[in-house]
Design a protein around this ligand. Structure first.
Ligand SMILES: [Zn+2]
Length: 277
């Protein structure tokens, strides 16, 4: 666990809208959890703030206006072990930066210090969720760990698996640097849907038929690591990282959000399996 010592601000263009935005990250009250807001007004981060069913990013509906693409920032906060923080948004979208969580993680580490062990949490029983081709199983654990299986019929993806054991060090080294990706053949549909208007090879990996465009991958399995990063960010919508070992097959934002709701709403007690179509 780490404690923020001072605030910082990061600004830049958003991936989907292409507009300038910024986030001011401030220390939070000890034990209060994660808060989000605009113009100095904050509310507790919780899954109900997320717009359900978004496809290519996670969007929060806040009192002062919606903000898109919060997942990489939230993954960095959770992955770095920051439990108490206030995230203040300016503009319609969180800056995409290099498409990964690394710039956020680096700043968070600079302005924080170790703050002892995680307090024990009392979370619920085994939870399962199925949504189309996606499947999740969450088993209560001493601390949050993630395992993601992801498969795509693409020579640069194939069938992959990524694991995160819950430590800040391995998050920063092995998960945070994995960038947003898109397959070449998806781009036409993405642009036609008005998404990725701020997209470029500086902030995303495009997987072409003959290899990645704009330089080499940071890891041979960078796409599945990014899938894990997105899942981590979406689980942090709970306002904390639920104490579960989560296994996910073909995760995506809309289903990740449903899992976050399931784990937050059934956080304490109970033991029944839950599933939803
Ligand atoms: Zn992402």
């Amino acid at each position: 666990m780490r404690r923020l010592l001072r605030e910082f601000l990061l600004a830049g263009r958003g991936l989907h809208g292409g507009e300038e935005g910024a986030v001011r990250v401030r220390p939070g009250e000890p034990g209060a959890g994660l808060f989000v807001g605009r113009n100095g007004t904050f509310e507790p981060l919780r899954p109900a703030l997320a717009v359900p069913g978004t496809a290519r990013c996670t969007e929060l509906r806040l009192a002062g206006g919606a903000v898109r693409t919060v997942e990489h920032l939230l993954a960095a906060v959770a992955g770095c072990g920051i439990r108490d923080a206030r995230l203040e948004f300016e503009g319609p979208e969180v800056p995409i930066l290099d498409g990964s969580a690394l710039p956020w993680a680096e700043r968070l580490l600079e302005v924080s210090e170790p703050a002892g062990a995680e307090p024990p949490r009392r979370d619920g029983g085994v939870r399962r969720l199925r949504s189309g081709g996606s499947w999740y199983e969450a088993t209560p654990a001493a601390r949050a760990t993630l395992e993601v299986a992801y498969e795509a019929a693409h020579p640069w993806i194939g069938r992959r698996r990524a694991v995160w054991g819950g430590e800040t060090g391995s998050f920063v080294r092995e998960v945070a640097p994995a960038r947003t990706f898109a397959r070449w053949e998806e781009l036409e549909g993405i642009f036609a849907a008005g998404q990725a208007r701020g997209g470029s090879l500086e902030c995303a990996v495009v997987l072409g038929p003959d290899g990645p465009l704009g330089g080499p991958l940071r890891f041979p399995d960078e796409p599945v690591r990014h899938k894990l990063l997105d899942l981590l960010g979406d689980l942090a919508l709970c306002g904390f990282l639920p104490a579960y070992r989560v296994r996910a097959v073909q995760p995506h934002h809309a289903a990740n959000g449903r899992l976050a709701r399931l784990l937050a709403e059934n956080g304490a007690g109970g033991g029944a399996d839950q599933s939803a179509q």
